[in-house]
Write a new protein. Structure first.
Lengths: 503, 126
């Protein structure tokens, strides 16, 4: 009939591969589109012949799926590659449904194959992209997140779960994250997080204490986006920077230890070693002279012995002279270089050089640098050494302070018309000769006027600038203030040679 | 004859001291022997005979106080008078607190030396 003819036309013309099979699975029909696509005649495809067009790698899987579908008697689907007439393989989705008779027995299987090559390719690309994304996250120890702030919903990357050591099945909340943050860093985190919800980018390094108990340093960056009005999303990345932070801390420590050693081996250490070097031959001279006198006073006098000790006395005198010559050479190289300088600038430079140290010691630095501070004439390097010494002392003085902020204030001001003053104020326990002993004792036992070596050097530098350095207890709280005052135009003392002076 | 005179041993890395001090001590009526290091003194057999040790504080290798400790460990309680080129009253007080008879700052006079030796020789072995 015409209806059947029309149906046949439709089936052969639709842009799909249509087929049917007997209840036992042997194929008995392929539409023209199918036959044309694979470039085979019906009698080549009949029965199990069609399997010759299936990619050899997919054949076993497709066969198994087909057997499963037939056994179940229910509609089903499977994926496999089919070879086109030109030899190219493309992925197809095979879908089939059974036709049943009145008694419920399957009389036929009908099927349609759809080309899914493009989808399949996208899937593979996506998987590859995801794999390399995960690799990159893993390698850089960086995880990323999206947080829907309004409903406290969070999407975390695998690596982020790994960094926080949280099971990926756990529901993440802001509170759950806060629970892991180191208690000492929580306040700063909360403050910055609150600010970031106001639109300021979040960028902070803080510590977390994951379940393993091993503290990690993480660097988190994030910012707010608003794709849907009133529904802010917070997106960002968190990197585990523990290794870097630990290495930096070690570097800072060795740097500041080095500075400490360098400071201890300055002028006053030199003074002590001068005394030491001179006292040795002097001791010989005094002893030899005593011996000489005794030998001459003997009965009878020991002239030969006296002559020998006198000779030794001369030799010791020469040794002392050599010490002096060496020192003079040493000092000659240490010229006093005056230049026009802005003490505020010099101070800022010292603070920026010390910033890592200050941060590590949890020092809160306040600066009040007078904007109208006149330019002075001074030795920049030496004055910076003084400021650094004072800062260092202030930091040391607050090392044991835990019950109040470790406040360090640096103040510069114009004094009268022709002097500038700089003060360094700490919130430590105050000046205690015992504490000074501890600060400097590790390097040198010699004290100048009960102050440490650094202070002794500082004072001699300030005095060479025609100024003075003093210390006073804070009158409105615990701690000490060290100050120096120098004239705008330094009047270097003496012959501009680094002579240690006692006040 | 020397055997009868009390032996004063000197341990000092400074050659001026080693050259000058033994002669003066002999003039003062003591037997004297000088050693350039703590190790050299320990290696010699003179510790048993030494009635007083004039000991330098800082030396390369074993320091004065380290030698003092070692001697205490060996139960050789020799009275010790430190001699140092660094003038530091705190160090002196600490050394005396730890059992030294005295600590002389170089250069020291003959009278100061005699006083310290007198005191040392009156000190019963620890």
């Amino acid at each position: 009939v015409a209806g059947e003819r029309t149906l046949e036309l439709i089936i052969d013309t639709v842009p799909a591969m249509v087929w049917s099979a007997e209840p036992d699975g042997s194929a008995d029909f392929f539409n023209q589109h199918y036959l044309g696509y694979v470039g085979r005649a019906w009698d080549q495809m009949n029965g199990q012949g069609w399997t010759a067009a299936v990619h050899p790698d997919d054949l076993a899987g497709l066969g198994a799926a087909w057997a499963r579908i037939m056994a179940s008697g229910a509609p089903g689907e499977a994926e496999a590659r089919l070879r086109r007439h030109d030899g190219a393989y493309r992925w197809f989705l095979f879908r089939t449904s059974p036709l049943r008779d009145a008694g419920g027995s399957i009389t036929k299987w009908y099927g349609v194959n759809t080309d899914i090559e493009d989808r399949k390719r996208v899937e593979v690309e996506l998987q590859r992209a995801y794999d390399s994304f995960a690799d990159a996250q893993r390698l850089s120890q960086t995880g990323n997140f999206t947080a829907d702030i309004a409903v406290d919903e969070h999407i975390w990357s695998e690596e982020l779960y790994r960094i926080f050591e949280i099971d990926p099945s756990t529901t993440i909340t802001v509170q759950a994250v806060r629970d892991v943050i180191h208690p000492d860093d929580l306040a700063a985190f909360d403050a910055d997080f609150a600010r970031s919800l106001g639109g300021i980018d979040f960028d902070q390094v803080f510590r977390i204490v994951p379940p393993s108990g091993t503290v990690k340093h993480v660097h988190a960056v994030g910012h707010l986006i608003e794709r849907v009005a009133g529904r802010p999303l917070f997106i960002g990345a968190i990197q585990d920077v523990t290794a870097r932070v630990v290495a930096e801390e070690a570097l800072d420590r060795s740097r500041s230890e080095l500075a400490h050693v360098a400071r201890a081996t300055t002028l006053s250490a030199l003074t002590a070693s001068i005394a030491h070097e001179l006292n040795q031959p002097l001791s010989g001279i005094v002893t030899n002279a005593s011996t000489c006198l005794r030998m001459l006073d003997g009965e009878p006098p020991d002239i030969d012995g006296a002559r020998e000790t006198a000779r030794r006395t001369l030799r010791d005198g020469d040794r002392a002279a050599t010490v002096i010559t060496t020192l003079r050479d040493l000092f000659r190289r240490k010229a006093f270089a005056l230049e026009a300088l802005d003490l505020n600038d010099a101070t800022r430079e010292v603070l920026s050089l010390s910033s890592a140290d200050l941060q590590r010691q949890r020092i809160v630095v306040h600066t009040e640098l007078a904007p109208d501070l006149p330019i002075i004439a001074g030795d920049r390097g030496q004055l910076q050494q003084v400021v650094q010494n004072l800062v260092r002392n202030a930091v040391d003085a607050m090392a044991a302070i835990d019950d109040r902020p470790r406040n360090l204030s640096i103040l510069t001001e114009r004094e009268d018309d022709d002097r500038v003053r700089l003060s360094v104020r700490d919130a430590g326990e105050g000046v205690d000769p015992e504490a000074v002993d501890r600060l400097f004792g590790a390097f040198f036992t010699t004290k100048a006027a009960g102050m440490g070596i650094g202070l002794f050097v500082s004072r001699s530098i300030i005095e060479r600038h025609g100024g003075r350095l003093w210390v006073e207890p804070n009158d409105d709280g615990p701690g000490t203030t060290f100050s120096f005052s120098i004239p705008r135009t330094a009047a270097p003392v003496g012959d501009a040679i680094a002579t240690p002076r006692s006040s | 004859v020397t055997g009868q005179l009390p032996l004063v041993s000197i341990v000092d890395d400074d050659v001026s001291v080693r050259e000058s001090l033994p002669d003066l001590l002999r003039q003062l009526g003591y037997a004297a022997e000088a050693f350039p290091s703590a190790e050299a003194f320990l290696a010699s057999d003179r510790a048993d005979d030494t009635r007083c040790l004039l000991l330098d504080l800082t030396m390369p290798g074993m320091s004065g106080p380290a030698l003092q400790e070692e001697l205490t460990r060996r139960r050789q309680g020799i009275p010790i008078v430190y001699i140092t080129a660094s003038d530091d009253a705190t160090v002196r007080a600490r050394l005396i607190a730890r059992g030294a008879v005295d600590c002389l700052f170089k250069p020291f006079s003959e009278a100061t030396l005699l006083e310290a030796l007198d005191l040392a020789l009156r000190t019963p072995p620890a």
